[in-house]
Write a protein that binds this ligand. Structure first.
Ligand SMILES: Nc1ncnc2c1ncn2[C@@H]1O[C@H](COP(=O)(O)OP(=O)(O)OP(=O)(O)O)[C@@H](O)[C@H]1O
Ligand SMILES: [Mg+2]
Length: 472
């Protein structure tokens, strides 16, 4: 920032506070306007409009990704400091989107260089992830794309390289709306996210998500099924994984604390069939505030490192709560759904095969257009003559061609006996009713989505079930 000294706030734990405040007090780049004792005081000060840049320490109680994002939303630049040699603290800050991270004993010249870099940036809430990635790239310049991948790779299993993640976020636009996610074919270890969405009225989202995941999974093709429905989670029950499984709420907590990595996520997601892991949903609908969208975005990013395919069962709501989105601390119940749709490589849209379900599906597709442009496959479930008349498959296709311009719809016949039996047994169709018509339709769907990369277990061959616990 040329010329004038900029107002600075600090919120640093006791141990490093006075030393840092003393050094910063001698700076020409900034002047300390308030030294906050804790996070509550910092947030109050920020609300009052004080400060242009803030120094926070990684061990400040309550600091997490949402707070960092909130500070950015108030136009503040954030410099993170961590106890010297505390690599975990440094990593947590970066994961939360802090791009300038220094040890707390950094000298004034180093602090000022970092502050100048920050103050030279545009203010405003850039994407946390983009910032962290840019920071990684700055630290490890690579001569060619192959080297960039090696430099950014997080582990030998082919976690995404920073270069790969940044590839479609090029240009000046850290603050510009993101392009819809480009599928990244050919990037090893980068799992693909399939979001199963559908309008209100229980159109069969969970049935499709669970069975799709089970059809794709095999010992050589890892799938993580995530229940992110903030209105009516049910995957745990459908698969008979007892709801003591900590699931998505625990993963969100770990993400907020910056401790969620591939191993931590694996520990929270039990393997229920060979190759199929499950991150169960919120045990009670009123606990939806525990699944915040920032944390969920983190979970999805790490899920791609854990599994080849990530199948997400989301809630029906797509409203963006515009008035709330100005307040980045406000919780949005549809946030996880929107976060999942934002990064989805493919979307499966489930609709119910009756007149009300079809009408909701047509309207739902319009609503989905507003928030997502990823390739999509429309699936109509419970297709039956008693609801739409004779030759129900043709009628459903005709209706969707006429009212939604859809030429290609995947149909799942109504198969009450198979679905009820599977639900009662807490098993997937592949296990419980492998020859049923519903199973065959869902297996075809899996093949269609994966191009045959999934398990493709022939009807009749039942895989061995690995259960953690069973309520049945
Ligand atoms: N092809 C099918 N044939 C018969 N019943 C089905 C079929 N698909 C789903 N069902 C049944 O419809 C009901 C609702 O399905 P499901 O729970 O998958 O819907 P949902 O969209 O996830 O609902 P929710 O709003 O609870 O999230 C369940 O009882 C399920 O067994
Ligand atoms: Mg459901």
């Amino acid at each position: 920032m040329p010329g004038s000294s900029q107002p600075l706030l600090t919120a640093i734990t006791h141990r490093w506070e006075s030393g840092l405040a003393e050094r910063l007090g001698r700076s020409d780049v900034v002047h300390v306007v308030h030294r906050c004792a804790d996070l509550a005081e910092l947030l109050g000060t920020v609300e009052a409009g004080l400060g242009r840049v803030v120094v926070v320490s990684s061990d400040l109680r309550g600091l997490d990704r949402a707070v960092v994002s909130d500070l950015g939303g108030h136009g503040l630049q954030v410099l993170g400091v961590h106890p010297p040699d505390d690599e975990d603290g440094a990593r947590a800050l970066r994961r939360w989107g802090v791009t300038e991270v220094l040890p707390a004993d950094a000298d004034l010249a180093t602090l000022e260089t970092a502050l100048e870099r920050l103050l030279g940036e545009r203010a405003g809430p850039a994407s946390d992830w983009d910032r962290a990635v840019e920071d990684e790239l700055e630290q490890e310049p690579a001569a060619d794309p192959g080297e960039a991948r090696a430099a950014g790779a997080e582990d030998a299993d082919g976690a995404p390289a920073a270069g790969d993640v940044a590839a479609d976020r090029d240009g000046p636009g850290a603050q510009e709306p993101r392009e819809p996610h480009e599928p990244e074919d050919g990037v090893p270890g980068r799992g693909r996210v399939v979001v199963v969405w559908g309008p209100a009225g229980s159109p069969g989202r969970t049935t499709v998500a669970v069975n799709l995941a089970a059809e794709i999974a095999s010992p050589v093709c890892g799938v993580l099924l995530i229940d992110a429905d903030t209105y009516a989670a049910s995957v745990a029950q459908v698969l008979s994984v007892l709801d003591e499984a900590p699931g998505v709420a625990a993963a969100a907590r770990a993400a907020d604390q910056g401790t969620l990595d591939r191993e931590a996520l694996a520990a929270l997601a039990p393997e229920v069939l060979p190759g199929l892991r499950v991150l169960t949903g919120l045990p009670r609908a009123d606990r939806w505030p525990e699944l915040r969208e920032h944390a969920f975005a983190d979970i999805l990013e790490i899920s791609r490192q854990l599994a080849d395919w990530v199948v997400v069962d989301v809630g029906f709501g797509l409203e963006q709560d515009e008035e709330l989105s100005f307040d980045t601390r406000a919780l949005r119940r549809n946030g996880p759904t929107l976060a999942a749709l934002e990064v989805a490589d493919q979307v499966v849209v489930a609709g119910a095969g009756d007149p009300v379900g079809l009408q909701r599906l047509v309207r739902g597709l319009d609503a989905l257009d507003e928030v997502n442009r990823a390739p999509r496959t429309v699936v109509v479930t419970r297709v039956r003559a008693s609801a739409v008349g004779s030759d129900p498959h043709r009628r459903v296709r005709d209706a969707l061609a006429r009212f939604a311009g859809l030429r290609d719809v995947h149909l799942v016949p109504d198969d009450r006996a198979a679905l009820d039996g599977a639900l009662l047994a807490g098993r997937v169709l592949r296990e419980h009713a492998p020859r049923s018509l519903a199973r065959q339709a869902l297996r075809d769907l899996a093949e269609r989505l994966t191009g045959g990369a999934g398990a493709a277990v022939p009807a009749g061959r039942q895989p061995r079930r690995w259960r953690l616990r069973s309520s049945g």
